[in-house]
Design a protein around this ligand. Sequence first.
Ligand SMILES: CC(C)(COP(=O)(O)OP(=O)(O)OC[C@H]1O[C@@H](n2cnc3c(N)ncnc32)[C@H](O)[C@@H]1OP(=O)(O)O)[C@@H](O)C(=O)NCCC(=O)NCCS
Length: 183
Amino acid sequence: MTLPLRTPRLELRAYTADDAAFVRDLYARPEVQRYLGDGTRRVTTIAQAEEKILGWDDGYAREPVLGVWAIVDPVGSLAGSLLLKPIPDSGADTATDVEIGWHLHPRAWGRGYATEAARAVLAHAFGRGLDRVVAVTHPANRASQAVCARLGMTHRGLSRAYYDVECELFELRAPAAPEREAS
Ligand SMILES: CC(C)(COP(=O)(O)OP(=O)(O)OC[C@H]1O[C@@H](n2cnc3c(N)ncnc32)[C@H](O)[C@@H]1OP(=O)(O)O)[C@@H](O)C(=O)NCCC(=O)NCCS
């Protein structure tokens, strides 16, 4: 299940069926979809939004680390999604690495919410044993690249390792465990 998380300003929780109108509004927007894949994930009906939420709930039902979080802002409004999921390898039906992603509603841009939510999810991921998380962005998606930079992710340049497309690749490794003092 997508475990609930908190940050100083935000609540991160699983989406529920009651969030379908927001999910449709978020994923129908051209400014949100602009750099997301080939646009086929666009959601235009409530039924599609409900299906998307059910897919997330089913997909992560028995998953203690990965998930799709609904970001709730300080006044209780939904601000967007934070995702921690397997990332498909190019040219193979495999997903060996884990990616982090952020999809915020335009009304929630420019407040630091994506970075704040991602920090909490990364701490959760590394705290539960993941040793590496990647992020990929469309080469022109400067706003998303700026989030990666704020998170301290290392820029690996253009890569075709995932999704069969060329993306800017960023990665972050788990903080090294503190070395034991020699006794
Ligand atoms: C990518 C995306 C999440 C970036 O959102 P964002 O709001 O710019 O990112 P952050 O949450 O890091 O916010 C940083 C901005 O908030 C500002 N900010 C305001 N108050 C702040 C606060 N209290 N703390 C931190 N930053 C704050 C920062 O100055 C910065 O603004 P700037 O970019 O004008 O310098 C957003 O553009 C989006 O959802 N796009 C559509 C989906 C998408 O493309 N996702 C990525 C796919 S790879």
